[in-house]
Design a protein around this ligand. Structure first.
Ligand code: ADP
Ligand code: MG
Length: 729
């Protein structure tokens, strides 16, 4: 059997794969299944007594406190609804700081003591769960011996049924906190931050004269990029299987340079996968809307319609796990790693966000009259201040070992956090800085209004792919997040820094008005001062260019290139003060998040380096040695045949021998680098060591291995190649 038998078998298997038959019955109306598995407001309206429904709806829509008296009634209705659909178990679902999803399943069954059992679901079990928390990262918040954690029902994120052929489960989205109340997840701080932002936004709305002011929320629409790679390939690549990215692999002769994949026809097998996932997402009430190919071969994107940030974040996590499990059914592996293939575009997650409420709408929508525009500009100015002051924190929320391969690599925005406003908005702020905007660049919309602020048209701005934070007509798009990351982390910081900026603006306007300044003049003054102090964060040029890096430095903008540079942003006095002032993180929580960030980074690179050494030693070196032996045999056979010297060519033998020596040296060097980690210290020092000593040793080893891939006989090579993985569908 040849070494590449596994590879050939994989290719044969894949070529024989046909798109599975459609999973939906043609008579089924897509619209009819939307939300079918969700215990939604409309289900509650049908099943709950009127007063109970009203109370729950108020909690969901207006953020009012949940009346504990209604919990039993809701729980019982939920259980009946679920059991009618074949559900036997329930699970509190939460998102610990590993970035994964955790769920603990319990049965509705309660033994009653006489040998029989009843099916029961009490309010208190709906509201609170108590999973053993010792195996979730906590960054030193709890000692393991008292590892108790609590999950608490997030009423605003509806319960849903996760279908499984062997029995379905009622899933209850929850928060996850320690016994002493510290957040051990991403959702708890998101809800806290959103409340803080809401309070300050309501103050600003009040100043603009709104009367019926609703609870304010943040909205989030994530665009998710991913790769679909055949399971047969992934299973024969330990690096992809375990680390989610290839640690070896020579560039294919054809890459993405032709741009022929982007928005191209979607391959049939992939389309079948997309139909199947969308059907599952629809049932779960996840509004999957847009789908298309992405830039790299084998890469695709899905964008659900925006929702409230906490719901969008739950849905986003659910989308990722749904994609992973449905991909397997189709013979694919769904990769969310930020950079699965070196030299090929990686995957990001664009976090589109805005702020608003039911009564006053989206505050990032330019209004139809000067008054609404003034309010719109105030919210934009708040973002400018927020991002300028706390760019480091934003950078932090997207820091991970995976995303480090992507940021600033001319496929994703640089690690420097700046804002792209587009020509029109940039021009308006320019004029404000000079003493007042009276005209807008857009032709035909010029309006010299009472408020001396122009009427703006929507969507006047151009797109800018190189900016991490871009205004796109009625929202901002944070484009630097990695595909594997939760949207909750950036949304926590976005809400918190907006709370600070809106607080500042409200206070300025209130003080000025109290001192006798006319309202419009006060607004104008605060806008002008924000542009003066924070305008440096606005950049409409090419974020990929070298000049920008130099200019950003002059402007005093941070360039936190790697995760190791970004993590300490948690610990600055400014960050700690900000989080504690708005009740988002206590000092202990901030420190625990820092520690977990360091831990995750070190673990990721440690696993990758183990895999690199193992694959080099057990797969690549043997292939190279066999090739070398074959060539040596060939040379001696030719010599023995008494051929003229000119017919005995040793070039290939020498080349492979040289690389074999380098490969052995590379393996030894990587092992030495790893051994050195023991002396590097702990915490961030250890992380820095992994970045500066271990990662480069991995890369040097890879370079040699990839060169070998280019010369070793194909039938001796057992790892599926880039070409095969990216182009065979
Ligand atoms: P593009 O690729 O042009 O950026 P997409 O349609 O792929 O656009 O994705 C845009 C995302 O932005 C979608 O998830 C969409 O729902 C979301 N979005 C649109 N309006 C808002 C808004 N006001 N707030 C937050 N997200 C929004
Ligand atoms: Mg986008």
């Amino acid at each position: 059997m040849t070494a590449n038998a596994v590879r050939l078998a994989a290719i044969r298997e894949i070529s024989a794969n046909e798109a599975p038959a459609p999973f939906f019955d043609a008579a089924e109306k897509t619209g009819a299944i939307f939300g079918e598995n969700v215990f939604s407001l409309s289900v509650m309206q049908k099943r709950l007594p009127k007063s109970v429904y009203k109370s729950v709806a108020a909690t969901i829509e207006k953020g009012e406190k949940l009346d504990p008296a209604v919990a039993d009634i809701v729980a019982s209705a939920m259980k009946d609804w679920a059991m009618e659909r074949g559900v036997t178990h329930y699970a509190h679902v939460f998102y610990p700081l590993t970035g994964l999803t955790a769920e603990k399943h319990d049965s509705f069954m309660e033994p009653v003591g006489d040998g029989t059992a009843i099916w029961e679901f009490q309010g208190k079990t709906l509201i609170q769960g108590e999973p053993d928390a010792s195996s979730f990262p906590n960054g030193g918040i709890r000692a393991t011996f008292e590892a108790r954690g609590y999950t608490g029902w997030d009423v605003q994120s509806p319960a849903y049924i996760l279908e499984n052929p062997n029995g379905s489960t009622l899933c209850i989205p929850t928060i996850f906190v320690s016994m002493t109340g510290e957040a051990l997840d991403h959702k708890t701080p998101l809800l806290r931050a959103q409340n803080a932002m809401s309070a300050q936004a309501q103050r600003v709305l009040g100043l603009f004269g709104h009367k019926d002011i609703d609870n304010v929320v943040s909205y989030c629409g994530p665009e998710q990029e991913y790769f679909l790679i055949d399971s047969a390939f992934v299973n024969s690549r330990p690096d992809l299987l375990i680390a989610g990215r290839t640690l070896f692999g020579a560039k294919p002769p054809k890459g993405q340079e032709f741009d022929d994949h982007y928005f191209g026809a979607i391959p049939e097998r992939v389309l079948a996968f997309m139909h199947d996932t969308e059907r599952a997402l629809f049932k779960l009430g996840i509004p999957a809307k847009t789908r298309h190919n992405e830039v790299a071969p084998g890469q695709f994107e899905i964008a659900p319609v925006f929702e409230r940030a906490n719901l969008a974040s739950d849905h986003q996590q659910l989308l990722m796990s749904t994609f992973k499990s449905i991909a397997k059914k189709h013979g694919f592996e769904c990769l969310f790693h930020e950079k699965p293939f070196a030299g090929v575009n990686g995957s990001g997650k664009h976090v589109n966000f805005s702020f608003g409420n039911g009564n006053q709408g989206n505050f990032l929508n330019p209004g139809d009259n000067p008054h609404d525009n003034a309010q719109f500009l105030v919210f934009c100015a708040a973002i400018i201040r927020a991002v300028h002051q706390y760019g480091g924190l934003l950078r932090l929320t997207i820091a991970s070992a995976g995303n480090d391969h992507r940021l600033g690599a001319n496929e994703a925005p640089p690690a420097i956090i700046s804002i792209f406003l587009g020509d029109q908005l940039a021009d308006v702020f320019d004029q404000i800085a000079k003493g007042g905007a009276t005209s807008s660049k857009q032709k035909g919309t010029l309006s010299v209004g009472v408020d001396s602020l122009p009427v703006l048209t929507k969507d006047a701005g151009d797109r800018n792919r190189t900016s991490p934070m871009a205004f796109t007509g009625n929202r901002f798009e944070f484009r630097a997040a990695g595909s594997n990351q939760t949207v909750a982390a950036p949304m926590v910081v976005i809400n918190t820094i907006m709370a600070e900026a809106l607080d500042h603006i409200a206070t300025e306007i209130e003080t000025a008005v109290a001192g006798g300044t006319e309202f419009n003049a006060a607004v104008q003054a605060v806008l002008a001062s924000i542009i003066e102090q924070h305008g440096a964060v606005i950049f409409n040029g090419n974020g990929y260019s070298e000049e920008w890096h130099a200019e950003a430095e002059q402007r005093g903008l941070k360039n936190l290139r790697t995760t190791v540079d970004a993590l300490p942003e948690y610990l600055t006095p400014e960050s700690k003060a900000l989080f504690s002032k708005y009740g988002v993180f206590s000092e202990a929580e901030v420190e625990s998040r820092f520690e977990i960030g360091v831990e995750q980074y070190v673990m990721a690179i440690n696993v990758e380096s183990n895999l690199t050494a193992e694959i080099a030693q057990t797969t690549i070196l043997p292939a190279a040695l066999r090739h070398q032996t074959e060539l040596a045999g060939n040379v001696s056979a030719l010599k023995a045949a008494d051929l003229p010297d000119s017919a005995v060519d040793t070039t290939d033998l020498l080349a492979v021998s040289e690389l074999v020596t380098e490969l052995r040296a590379g393996i030894a060097a990587l092992k030495a680098a790893k051994a050195g980690a023991h002396d590097a210290g702990a915490g961030i020092a250890e992380a820095a060591y992994y970045r500066d000593a271990v990662l480069p040793a991995m890369l040097r080893l890879r370079t040699v291995a990839d060169a070998l891939e280019g010369i070793v006989a194909d039938d001796l090579w057992s790892l599926p190649t880039y070409q095969e993985m990216l182009f065979i569908r």
